[in-house]
Structures are given as structure tokens and as C-alpha cells.
Ligand binder design. Structure first.
Ligand SMILES: Nc1ncnc2c1ncn2[C@@H]1O[C@H](COP(=O)(O)OP(=O)(O)OP(=O)(O)O)[C@@H](O)[C@H]1O
Ligand SMILES: [Mg+2]
Ligand SMILES: [Zn+2]
Length: 510
């Protein structure tokens, strides 16, 4: 006889309904899966056969045809094991209840009949709910993820046998209880706090401005200056994740298979540090499974590129789309998927190949040509998107040993939040949230500066031969500095400070 089981598959972060039809008829004993299966689904027949036998049922010694519909999409993964097994048991009349028709069924089986968690479950549940499905049977290890979604009933089972019992007897099993989301729960501790960083007043100030206005940053300084340490502190002064942001981050991490299954949701902003040898697919997404890349794993958080000039030109160029659009498109043979990639970029680099250019303590042995070549590696698309450039040097020994109290991240964050609130109010009716997102038209509207600042800009332009683009960046940053001070109008001092954050233009660029 024929059985039809409801399941779901993923395309990017969106789930779509898959009907699994199982037909058993006379013929040579064989399992045939049709409907564009990938290798994981082909292997599914082996797992399902063993799991059925090892759960106390018998596998029909007949021709078993499994059809995955719609047939025109490329289905990936092993999440169809459980619905296929249930369908086989229903079609071979070992499962008497027809209640399986009321559920969307998902799960990978191991040979002994145990269920394994699946990647991307939260994305499937949300899509399922939006498409009107209410009851789901899922692997127990995915329970935490399911608990944050209101309006569904997710029934967790540990084995194929348990799934069958649930379907036969129903009633006794309660769905996963709903849990309220709490952003950065009290126990959340960041790896490092700005209070751990001695001195570096100017760099800390620049990072505060960067986070306040959503600006990308490049840190330039010799080895050991504390660039990596400062970058790690940045997430600790970013606003808490909202529920919607947390869900989006969780979906991406779940699809990528890096979600902490016990927690089930991401509660703090991601900090991703792809190594400079990282491949382009690993950076922007793609590969055989069209998984999200680092730029998407960093969504709503920080992407830290340590030693930017070490990355390949090609890798840096592929960052253009995510930096400009806040999303990436990943193309495959059968489909194109899109992942969000809205992150704050922090880059770090040495000032020159030897690292000592501009240092007060060490002598630089590089030629002007080699310095220019080194800096030139990060020209173009990347530098175009960086509003703030910070130069820093290592702190002195006595400063490092000083017992003076440094300001805590929590206090800096409070100021950031105030400046963010000013921006939210200003851009209330616009599709942007931060000053860094202002286009030239908005800059004209919101970044008026006094005549005195105008002449300051003019002389800076002449002296440093800045580009027109640099001027827009200076104005955006000046706007953020004014917002941090709670000033409605940009003042000359704000512009003067913003000009300081163009060190590459000043020193080496031209
Ligand atoms: N201002 C500081 N306060 C406290 N510790 C510091 C400071 N600066 C550096 N350190 C210490 O020095 C170590 C090296 O710093 P970090 O790795 O951040 O430097 P870096 O600029 O990234 O160097 P590199 O160019 O070698 O990557 C840190 O782990 C930290 O312990
Ligand atoms: Mg470092
Ligand atoms: Zn040098």
C-alpha cells in the first residue's frame, strides 16, 4: 500500500514542504529513492533499513519506492530518515495509527534506531509555522532550539521506536515547553573586557565611536600592540541582541551545524576570526552543501580580519557584496540561496612589512616602495568601506603594570546605547539604523558643519590630499561623535577628531 508522510527541507534559511510517498509492491527486494536525492539521501536507505530492523520491526522484503516531492529541487541532508522509516512502517502495516498525517516529521537515524539532531532545525520550524503547520516530531537533541518558537507543538523523540509509540498511543507525550528569550543572560561573560586593556585611551575611544555609529574599523600597529585583544572587546560594548536578531543568528549557526545544542539559541553577538588562509567558500559561503560562510556566521556581530594584507586579493574582493548589501548570494547547480551578512568589520595590520614603521621604540627597515606595496594590498573595495582607521603602538611597561582602574565595558556600552537611541529616533522613517549607513544624500541632510569646520576640512584636504570619499567618511564619523555627546549640531571639534581617523590617507596613501 501507499503512505504519505509530511517533511520539510531547507533552501538557505528557508524551509519548504516535502511530501514523502512510500509505495511497497511485489518485485525484487530493493529500496529506490527518487526525486533528485543527493548522496546523503541515497545513504538514507541503508540507515533506514538497519534502524527499522534494529527497532524490532521487519523491513519488507519487497520493492520499496520512496518519492520525494517536489522533484525539481535539490534536497540535501539526512533529515528524511525518520519520515521515510515511519512511511515504510505505515505502508507495510506495522504502524496501525494514521496519526502520522497530522505531523511534520524530521530526523536522522543511526543504524541502531536512535535519532540524531539535524542542522537547521530552527529555520525549518519557523518556516513550517509560517506555512501553517503546527505539530512536529523532531529529534530530542534538537529540543532546546524548538523551545523558543511560540505557536508550535514540537514532540521530541529519542528513537524510531519512541516515534512509533507516540504515533500509536499519542496523548502521553507533552510538546517541548515554550521558553522566553533572554538576551545576554546574566551569566554571559565575554572573553575580555575593556577594563583588562591597560592604557590605549585613543584606540578605546575610536572603537567606542565605531560601535556607536556602526562604522567599520582598521587598526594599524606593530606586533603585540594589543590589536587582537582590543578587537575581542568590541562585542562587549555592542547593544544586546534583540529576539529577531538572535533568531536570525541562530538560524544561520544552526544551518552551519555550529549551534550549541544545549543552549538552542545564540544569546550574544558573534565574533568570527577567519584565518587568512581561509578559502573563499568558507569566507562567503558555498561549497558542496551551500553552507553559510564566515561573513554570515558573523551576522549581527563582528568579523575580525587579523593581518588584512595576508588575505588573498580575491578573498578581500569577495567581501564587497556582503559589505555593501548586508547579504551574500551563494549559487549552486540547482539553486541560489541568500544568507544575511550584516556585520561590523574590524581589520588589523602592521604598519609595514617589518611592523615597526612609525614606532617610537623600534626602527623600521622597510623601503618606501615595500611599505606602499604592503598597504596597497588592502586598497579598493575594503578600504572604501572603512570609516575609521586607528593607529596604535604598544603600551609602555609601567602602563602595563599600572594598578589604575580602567573603564569597564558596561560603562562604555551605556554611552553607545545612548548614541544608538539618538540614531534610531533620527532614522525612524528610514530603512537604516546607524550613521555608517548614511548615503551621500542623507549626509547632506544630517551632517551640516559650521563654517570654521568647513575651512578645517579644506586645509586638511589640501595638506593630506584627501579624496571626496574620505570627506563623506569624516562627516559620518563626526555625526557619531556629536551623537555620543548628545549634540544636535556637529561642532568643529567633532570634525577635527574625525579627521584624525584617516591615518592611512594621511601617512601612506597619497
Ligand atoms: N594595553 C594592554 N593591556 C593589557 N595587556 C596587553 C595590552 N597590550 C598587549 N597586551 C598583552 O599582549 C598580548 C598581545 O597582544 P595582541 O595579541 O592583542 O597584540 P597584536 O597587536 O594583535 O599583536 P600581533 O600583531 O602580534 O597580532 C595580549 O594577549 C595581551 O595579554
Ligand atoms: Mg594579533
Ligand atoms: Zn617596516
Amino acid at each position: 500500500m501507499l503512505a504519505k508522510v509530511n517533511s520539510f527541507a531547507l533552501s538557505g534559511l528557508d524551509g519548504y514542504k516535502v511530501d514523502i510517498e512510500i509505495d511497497i509492491n511485489a518485485g525484487l527486494p530493493k529500496v529506490e529513492i527518487i526525486g533528485l536525492p543527493d548522496t546523503a539521501i541515497k545513504e538514507s536507505s541503508e540507515r533506514v533499513t538497519s534502524a527499522v530492523k534494529n527497532s524490532g520491526y521487519h523491513f519488507p522484503i519487497k520493492r520499496v519506492i520512496v518519492n520525494l516531492a517536489p522533484a525539481d529541487t535539490k534536497k540535501e541532508g539526512s533529515l528524511f530518515d525518520l519520515p521515510i522509516a515511519i512511511g515504510v512502517l505505515a505502508a507495510s502495516e506495522q504502524l496501525f495509527s494514521r496519526s502520522y498525517k497530522d505531523y511534520v516529521i524530521l530526523g536522522e537515524l543511526s543504524l541502531d534506531g536512535k535519532l540524531r539532531p539535524i542542522d537547521g532545525l530552527i529555520a525549518i520550524l519557523i518556516s513550517g509555522m509560517q506555512q501553517g503547520y503546527k505539530k512536529f516530531i523532531i529529534p530530542r537533541d534538537n529540543a532546546a532550539e524548538a523551545s523558543f518558537i511560540k505557536g508550535i507543538e514540537a514532540y521530541c523523540v529519542g528513537t524510531l521506536k519512541e516515534a512509533c509509540e507516540l504515533l500509536e498511543e499519542g496523548g502521553n507525550v507533552a510538546p517541548v515547553p515554550y521558553r522566553e528569550f533572554e538576551s545576554s543572560p546574566a551569566e554571559a561573560v565575554f572573553d575580555v573586557d575593556f577594563a583588562d586593556v591597560k592604557g590605549q585611551v585613543a584606540a578605546k575611544r575610536a572603537l567606542e565611536i565605531a560601535v556607536a555609529g556602526g562604522h567599520n574599523v582598521l587598526m594599524i600597529g606593530p606586533p603585540g600592540a594589543g590589536k587582537s585583544m582590543l578587537a575581542k572587546c568590541v562585542v562587549s560594548i555592542m547593544p544586546d541582541l534583540t529576539f529577531d536578531e538572535a533568531i536570525e543568528v541562530t538560524k544561520i549557526h544552526s544551518v552551519a551545524g555550529i549551534l550549541d545544542e544545549k543552549k538552542g539559541i545564540v544569546t550574544s553577538r558573534p565574533f568570527r576570526t577567519p584565518h587568512h588562509s581561509t578559502t573563499v567558500p568558507a569566507l562567503v559561503g558555498g561549497g558542496t552543501k551551500s553552507k553559510p560562510g564566515e561573513v554570515s556566521l558573523a551576522n549581527h556581530g563582528v568579523l575580525f580580519l587579523d593581518e588584512v594584507p595576508e588575505y588573498s586579493r580575491h578573498a578581500l574582493e569577495t567581501l564587497r557584496q556582503p559589505l555593501e548589501d548586508g547579504f551574500v548570494t551563494v549559487s549552486r547547480v540547482q539553486q541560489t540561496v541568500r544568507y544575511p551578512s550584516h556585520f561590523m568589520l574590524i581589520g588589523s595590520m602592521n604598519p609595514c612589512p617589518c611592523g615597526n614603521f612609525g614606532s617610537k621604540k623600534h626602527i623600521c627597515t622597510c623601503t618606501p616602495q615595500s611599505i606602499r606595496k604592503y598597504i596597497n594590498k588592502i586598497s579598493g573595495p575594503l578600504l572604501d568601506r572603512i570609516d575609521i582607521q586607528i593607529e596604535l603602538d604598544a603600551v609602555e611597561f609601567n602602563e602595563l603594570r599600572s594598578r589604575a582602574e580602567e573603564e569597564k565595558s558596561a560603562d562604555i556600552k551605556a554611552r553607545v546605547m545612548k548614541a544608538r537611541a539618538v540614531q534610531s529616533a533620527r532614522y525612524d522613517s528610514l530603512p537604516i539604523f546607524t550613521n555608517a549607513e548614511m548615503n551621500n544624500r542623507l549626509i547632506k541632510e544630517y551632517c551640516e558643519i559650521p563654517a570654521e569646520a568647513e575651512s578645517l576640512m579644506e586645509s586638511a584636504f589640501k595638506k593630506l590630499s584627501l579624496s571626496a570619499r574620505a570627506s563623506f567618511r569624516i562627516l559620518r564619523v563626526a555625526r557619531t561623535i556629536a551623537d555620543l555627546e548628545g549634540k544636535d549640531k556637529i561642532e568643529t571639534a567633532h570634525v577635527a577628531e574625525a579627521i584624525q581617523y584617516r591615518s592611512l590617507d594621511r601617512k601612506y596613501w597619497n
